[in-house]
Design a protein around this ligand. Structure first.
Ligand code: PLP
Length: 406
């Protein structure tokens, strides 16, 4: 293959925009794309440093923290996961990980590989973990062997959320000193997260989801208590080392700073914090998510059609809806038709859900017509793939979108 001239293969439906309903990466607003189209500048240039500092201040607003310190790195979310562990733990330390789905699974595998002991709290992916299980585990740990509780705020594979604030309440109830860690990779900028108020000690975030940027940088937020734990933690680390970051001019970055991404971030933060307002961003996500759920519930009502994977209405995600296929029908066939016939990209099932579910991402730069277009294409794909469903899901989504807010 000639790498210089190789092009993305043309699809039959080549005109118009690709409707991108993946749960990450997500759509990038035009103004963010344009903001990243810049010539390189020295990352120590005072003009860039001002942009960088305003980005760090903006990120703290999105995290809802004043007390926290934000550390960035050029990596995807996996790098920030790793940073969250190696900066505050010592070899052999125990972490408690409630199961949520593929992403709690991967964080746990990473912790194990890095030499920590993982206390795993199994749970049903469709229901979400019962808080009683977390309470039992912490109550049983009188010796305080557990050094951190690692929670995936939004499980992108299952389309469920975990109430981090309730985990904090349980820790406090038992006077347990473990650090509270939150993976906010697919919740930040989509629904509420309050680092200071919920007493989150370490949070993990990435650029390519609610922040509406290209993939390329990720970050950890650290509370004062996490920084104290960091000073005592002996896991070897270098690039991801918070102490090393603090010693650099940017105070939160080792190595070359991806400057263009920071110009994009400045624009994304302006859109979120100034133009739309963070609480309105959350309202928009909630509105679109409700419409998607109304559509899926309609498809599956009274027949053996697709179902909402999440069975617990208190845990449904406002970032992504995972749709369970009826027995004997392949989710990949539906995704393929949606993409190839209708130019609509949805997310695949992960881990044990591969082929059994598809995922509709409704996070980031999205509005009502984009969601309706996506749902319409998916409904046509269900029809063409011969998947039983009740037609009219888009109508149900429209009814949801025009209903006055509760
Ligand atoms: N955690 C969650 C909740 C995610 O959704 C993802 C990616 O989708 C990750 C962690 C891993 O992040 P990345 O793929 O950017 O490395």
């Amino acid at each position: 293959m000639d790498g210089l001239t190789a092009k993305t293969p043309a699809r039959p439906m080549a005109r118009g925009r690709l409707f991108f309903a993946n749960p990450g990466p997500t759509n990038i607003p035009d103004s963010v794309l344009l903001a990243t189209a810049r010539a390189s500048v020295d990352f120590n240039d005072p003009a860039f440093m001002a942009v960088y500092e305003s980005c760090m201040a903006g990120l703290k607003k999105v995290l809802k923290t004043e007390a926290g310190t934000v550390f960035c790195m050029t990596t995807s979310g996996h790098g920030a996961w790793e940073a969250s562990l190696v900066n505050v733990l010592s070899p052999g330390d125990t972490v408690l990980i409630p199961e949520t789905g593929h992403f709690s699974d991967t964080w746990a595998k990473m912790a194990q590989r890095l030499g920590y002991h993982v206390q795993w709290l199994p749970a049903d992916w469709r229901q979400g973990i019962e808080m009683a299980r977390v309470r039992e585990a912490l109550a049983a740990d009188a010796a305080h062997a557990i050094k951190a509780v690692c929670c995936v705020h939004n499980e992108t594979a299952a389309g469920t959320r975990l109430p981090i604030e309730r985990v904090r309440a349980i820790l406090d109830e038992h006077g347990h000193p473990a650090l509270l860690m939150a993976d906010t990779i697919s919740s930040l900028g989509c629904f509420d997260f309050r680092m200071d108020e919920w007493g989150v000690d370490v949070c993990v975030g990435g650029s390519q989801k609610g922040l509406m940027l290209p993939t390329g940088f990720a970050f950890t937020g650290a509370s004062p208590k996490a920084l104290e734990a960091h000073r005592a933690a002996t896991t070897p680390r270098f690039y991801l080392d918070w102490s090393q970051m603090l010693a650099r001019p940017q105070k939160s970055f080792v190595g070359t700073v991806p400057v263009t991404l920071f110009y994009g971030l400045a624009e994304a933060l302006r859109l979120m914090l100034e133009e739309e307002g963070l609480e309105n961003v959350f309202r928009r996500h909630a509105r679109l998510a409700r419409a998607v759920r109304a559509c899926v519930a309609h498809w599956g009502e009274g027949n053996s059609g697709p179902q909402l994977f999440c069975q617990n209405p208190e845990r449904v995600s406002d970032s992504v809806t995972t749709v369970l296929m009826p027995e004997g029908h392949d989710a990949e066939a539906v995704r393929k038709i949606a993409l190839e016939r209708f130019n609509v990209s949805t997310g695949a099932g992960l881990n044990v859900l591969a082929g059994k579910v598809f995922r509709i991402g409704h996070l980031g730069d999205l509005n009502e017509p984009m969601i309706l277009g996506t749902l319409g294409a998916v409904e046509m794909a269900l029809e063409l793939a011969g998947v039983p469903h009740r037609p009219g899901g888009v109508q149900a989504a429209m009814a949801s979108l025009t209903r006055p807010p509760a």
